[in-house]
Design a binder for this molecule. Structure first.
Ligand SMILES: [Zn+2]
Length: 148
């Protein structure tokens, strides 16, 4: 299994409703974002995904978020984060935007760090359940005695 990761950063303001603590007041973060791709198959050039392509897609979505108040961010007349821009929702949003940009990329997860010690991760919905079926397929192939 191969895995590649690219990263980007953006700065934005947010506050959390329905939450009682420091984060209910408007404040900012320098968000750090990792996008992970994962898969068994390499292309003819020996790559899982071109770092440049994945980084360009990640930077494109980070640019939309950069220097905004995330609570105010709207698309198609709706609040993108339902006015509660948690790191979890930001991670899912970035995952979905990269997936639209790179439909063939085996995107596995997006990490959003609010601080160096606080990270939320969104994992591709089709990845958690596939681990077992992938390994059983490999076992079946091994049992086929293709080597003999
Ligand atoms: Zn915060």
């Amino acid at each position: 299994m191969f895995e590649v990761r690219v990263e980007a950063e953006f700065a934005a303001a947010h506050f959390l409703k329905d939450y009682h603590g420091k984060c209910e007041n408007l404040h900012g973060h320098n968000y750090r974002v990792f996008a992970h791709a994962k898969g068994e198959n390499l292309d003819a050039g020996g790559m899982l995904i071109d770092f440049g392509d994945l980084k360009a897609a990640l930077r494109k979505v980070c640019k939309v978020l950069d220097h905004t108040n995330l609570n105010d961010l709207q698309e198609n007349g709706a609040f993108v984060f339902m006015q509660n821009p948690s790191a979890e929702r930001i991670a899912k949003y970035i995952y979905e935007k990269i997936s639209l940009e790179l439909p063939d990329c085996p995107l596995y997860a997006v990490d959003v760090f609010e601080t160096s010690t606080s990270r939320a991760r969104y994992i591709a919905p089709n990845c958690a359940g596939n681990a077992n079926s992938t390994s059983s397929t490999l076992e079946e192939n091994m049992d086929d005695s293709m080597w003999l």
